[in-house]
Design a protein around this ligand. Structure first.
Ligand code: URA
Length: 254
C-alpha cells in the first residue's frame, strides 16, 4: 500500500512500534477497538441451579415481647430485656427507656400511660407536672415513692409529640407490663387513665370505671383519673380524693 512516507520515516515508525512490543503485522489499516460494538459473551445464568428466593420471615412482635418478658427473672433483667426490644417504633423517637421509679417491694404499684417530655429526659416516670400532682395525691394518704409506692407506665418510651399510644403499641408492650407486675409483686394495682385501663382491664371508660375495684393480673385493681386529666379538669379532684380514700381503706384492711 502506498503510504506516502519516505523510507527513513517508515523505518523509524516501524522501529518505534517494535519498541512498544508489536511483533506481527495483522492488518494494513489501524483499528479503533473502543468504537467497536461489545461482543463479549455474557455469562449465562444456570436456569435449574438458581435457589428459590427466600420468603421474608414474618415476626410477631407480641410473641417476641412475650418470650423476652418471660425470660426475665428479676426487675433488672426485665429492664434489660425491654431496653433490648427493637420492635416498637416508639423507641426510635425516644431519648431513653423509662422503666420505673419508687420502692421495689411496695404494697402499691401505680401504672400510668407513657412518659412525657420530662420523663423522657430524666428516665423516670411521673416527674413532670402530672407527677408532682401525683406525689401530692399520694402524700394525702401517706404514700411516698421513696418509701412505699412503686411506679411504672404501660409504655416505656415517649410517644412523639405526646400523641395517644396506638392499640398495637399497647398490645405489644403488654407482656412486659404483665411481667413487671408479676416481678414487683404488689398487693394492689392503681391504674391511672384510659390507656392503663385498656392495657390491664382490656376496656376503656375511666369515668365509669374509676373508684371500683376489679380483679386483673391476679390482683385487686382500682382505676383512677390520670393526674394529667386532673390538671385540666380540677373539678374532678373530688372524685379522685374519694378514690384515694377507697385505696387507703383497702390498705388499712377496712
Ligand atoms: N403521664 C404518665 O402517664 N406517665 C408519666 O410517666 C408521665 C406522665
Amino acid at each position: 500500500m502506498e503510504s506516502g512516507l519516505d523510507y527513513h520515516s517508515a523505518r523509524a515508525l516501524l522501529e518505534w512500534q517494535i519498541e512498544l512490543g508489536a511483533t506481527d503485522a495483522i492488518g494494513d489499516a489501524p483499528v479503533d477497538r473502543y468504537a467497536l460494538p461489545d461482543t463479549t459473551p455474557k455469562a449465562k445464568k444456570p436456569a435449574a441451579v438458581q435457589a428459590a428466593p427466600e420468603k421474608p420471615q414474618k415476626v410477631d412482635p407480641v410473641q417476641v415481647a412475650k418470650a423476652a418478658a418471660q425470660g426475665a427473672a428479676s426487675l433488672d433483667q426485665l429492664r434489660a430485656a425491654m431496653d433490648a426490644f427493637e420492635l416498637c417504633e416508639l423507641k426510635r423517637g425516644a431519648r431513653q427507656l423509662v422503666f420505673a421509679d419508687g420502692t421495689q417491694g411496695a404494697r402499691v404499684m401505680i401504672v400510668g400511660e407513657a412518659p412525657g417530655r420530662e420523663e423522657d429526659r430524666e428516665g423516670k416516670p411521673f416527674v413532670g407536672r402530672a407527677g408532682q400532682l401525683l406525689d401530692r395525691m399520694l402524700a394525702a394518704i401517706d404514700l411516698d415513692r421513696t418509701k412505699n409506692v412503686y411506679i411504672t407506665n404501660v409504655l416505656p418510651w415517649r410517644p412523639p409529640q405526646n400523641r395517644d399510644p396506638k392499640p398495637e403499641e399497647i398490645g405489644m408492650m403488654k407482656p412486659f407490663l404483665e411481667r413487671h407486675v408479676a416481678l414487683a409483686k404488689p398487693e394492689v394495682l392503681v391504674i391511672m387513665g384510659n390507656v392503663s385501663c385498656q392495657a390491664v382491664l382490656g376496656k376503656r371508660g375511666i369515668t365509669r370505671l374509676r373508684g371500683k375495684w376489679e380483679q386483673a393480673l391476679d390482683l385487686p385493681v382500682i382505676p383512677m383519673f390520670h393526674p394529667a386529666y386532673l390538671l385540666r379538669q380540677p373539678q374532678m379532684k373530688r372524685q379522685a380524693w374519694a378514690d384515694l380514700l377507697e385505696l387507703n381503706a383497702r390498705l388499712e384492711g377496712k
